[in-house]
Design a protein around this ligand. Structure first.
Ligand code: VG1
Ligand code: CO
Length: 564
């Protein structure tokens, strides 16, 4: 895709069949590696740049979703290297595959949650979002494609499986032989029989946010002169959204949004909103004269990091705090029917649900598993430990939504971020939480570690590691309560008698080798002990993880690559 030649003349192979004059059918051979992971198909740019690679996958999507013919599709991406070129390819293929109408974000931009909102609001049959999320961008970085359905959410496993199977037998793809569509100006044009409408990427989304949150209270807070915030868009897609919502609608002073202009390489940093990658923001929030509130979003705008003055809110705590404070937010007051979290996310949310008397569901990692629960009206809020929170307003996690929710509750409580979280811990207990990632592993070595661990699982119960005895060890398997589908093999989990828990799983979003994630969690009900440093609080648990899974011996790694 990334080579101009492959764009204008879909060349490899002679036309197998020519239908309407300008639709070209191009012969192709399958690639064997187009299986979507946790969140779409994600590969190095160099992989996507192979002739026919993008086209094969997109044709497999159209073939696997015949219901898209004649319907409306939403298209956009996070602005990374290859975004616009790929969009032009997809538009021409969409026209040749009978799509009725394509709604495209101006300049090819649409955040993942905004795409979800537009799909829902405009009754589209689905959408294609070009993003590798928080993975690095640029010619040496990553590229990705997410496929969403009519509910606005990621395609569920049975659909991604069908796409993958199609990609393994594909013989030809179809594209329109036509000039590129200008994407810089709003308005309609035609591509063959398909209507292309370039839409404002922010408008629908901003209107939805305004309906959910108390904009007046937030505006009063942001213009009071007593409250300062910083939002780091990480040179990714949320820049235009944050400028519009925070600075223009809500009156925050210019300069509130940092790195607000999208760049194809995200300024050379991975657009990953955590303590390791949002360095300038973190330095300011932990420095002298720090602002009151800091936040950052990832490449495609679905993740968020929340900071107070010299205070980091773990994503699992953030989710629990949002649920516990729903009564303060107009869009959620009296509306929480249930909540959900991914399995490795801490159980702080479960305690809030128990107190509210509503169910709390536990799903595998990845937003696609929340879709059925949201569609069936069983849950209102949900989230993941990986900096993702969201609600039934969309079918994707939503970074700026979480920022606005926090601003709304801070405006209502007139307390600092730190005070809100510490009060939450005093009331519910604190779940010390941390995740250790071992990146760039040899995939065979990583699989071996997991295999060995799985073999050990049935024998772990009752064993003692340090001062902790294992209460239960199993592998998480999920049965969807709405459609009964079963997703086995979602990661071993080891629970100790004191309530502490260890979870291990391999990442499904990496593009270089394998990544092992080790999730550590320990509950502390005693307020006098809740101030401890997280790394100290989970030190014994980290040792138990080492004794059980053997990262040092098996991976040859003395320490994790990233700790979040
Ligand atoms: C990671 C996170 C997961 C998240 C996924 C997509 O997956 O752990 O919670 O849903 O990324 O997020 P994995 O398989 O690497 O652990 V994003 O912001 O890429 O759409
Ligand atoms: Co993302």
């Amino acid at each position: 895709m990334i080579h101009n030649e492959t764009l204008h003349t879909p060349q490899p192979g002679p036309p197998a069949e020519t239908g309407r004059t300008n639709i070209v059918t191009v012969v192709t051979q399958p690639f064997t590696d187009q299986r979507p992971g946790t969140s779409g198909l994600r590969k190095k740019v160099a992989v996507f740049a192979q002739p026919r690679y993008l086209e094969n996958f997109v044709q497999s999507v159209f073939d696997a979703l015949p219901g898209w013919r004649g319907a409306t599709l939403v298209l956009g991406g996070d602005g990374r290297y290859g975004n616009e070129l790929a969009l032009q390819v997809i538009l021409k293929m969409a026209a040749a595959n009978g799509i009725g109408r394509a709604l495209v974000g101006r300049a090819g931009l649409l955040s993942t949650p905004a795409a979800s909102c537009v799909i829902r609001r405009r009754d589209a049959a689905g959408g294609i979002i070009l993003s590798a999320s928080h993975n690095p961008g640029g010619p040496d970085g990553d590229f990705g494609i997410k496929v969403n359905l009519a509910n606005g959410g990621p395609a569920p496993e049975k659909v991604t499986q069908a796409i993958y199977e199609t990609s393994r037998t594909i013989r030809a793809y179809r594209a329109l032989d036509a000039p590129d569509v200008p994407l810089d100006r709003l308005g309609q044009s035609r591509l063959g029989d398909m209507v292309v409408e370039v839409i404002d990427p922010v408008a629908d989304y901003a209107a939805l946010m305004e309906r959910l949150f108390d904009f007046e209270a937030i505006r009063a807070l942001l213009t009071s002169g007593r409250f300062r915030m910083r939002f780091d868009a990480m040179h990714a897609v949320t820049g235009p959204y944050a400028h519009e919502l925070l600075e223009r609608c809500l009156g925050a002073p210019a300069g509130t949004v940092l790195r607000g202009e999208p760049r194809t390489d995200f300024g050379g940093e991975p657009p990953d909103p955590n303590l390791a990658h949002a360095q300038a923001l973190v330095a300011e929030m932990f420095g002298p004269d720090a602002p009151d509130f800091g936040a950052a979003c990832d490449g495609d705008g679905d993740r968020n990091m929340i900071l107070g003055r010299r205070f980091f809110v773990t994503p699992s705590d953030s989710l629990a705090v949002l649920a516990a404070n729903a009564a303060l937010v107009p869009g959620y007051r009296g509306r929480l029917v249930g909540v959900a979290r991914s399995m490795p996310t801490s159980r702080a949310l479960d305690r809030v649900a128990a107190r509210l008397g509503i169910p709390c569901y536990e799903t595998p990692t990845g937003w696609k598993y929340f879709g059925n629960l949201l569609d069936a009206g069983r849950i209102t809020l949900c989230g993941e430990e990986s900096f993702g929170t969201g609600s039934d307003h969309a079918r994707e996690k939503d970074g700026l939504w979480a920022v606005l929710y926090w601003l709304n509750l801070l405006a209502a409580r007139r307390a600092s971020v730190e005070d809100v979280v510490r009060a939450h811990w005093r009331s519910y207990g604190r779940d010390f939480y941390t995740r250790h990632d071992y990146e760039g592993l040899n995939p065979v070595t990583a699989e071996c570690l997991m295999k060995r661990l799985r073999r050990r699982l049935p024998h772990l119960s009752g064993q003692v590691f340090g001062a902790q005895r294992v209460r239960l060890a199993d592998e998480f398997s999920y049965t969807d309560p709405v459609d009964g589908s079963v997703s086995p093999g979602q990661g071993p989990r080891i629970e100790f008698e004191d309530g502490a828990r260890l979870v291990l799983r391999l990442s499904g979003t990496g593009t270089r080798g394998a990544t092992l994630r080790v999730y550590l969690e320990r509950f502390e009900p005693d307020p006098a002990r809740q101030g401890e440093d997280v790394s100290i609080a989970v030190a014994a648990l980290a040792q138990a993880a080492e004794a059980i899974a053997g990262m040092r011996a098996r991976l040859g790694r003395k320490r994790p690559s990233v700790v979040t």
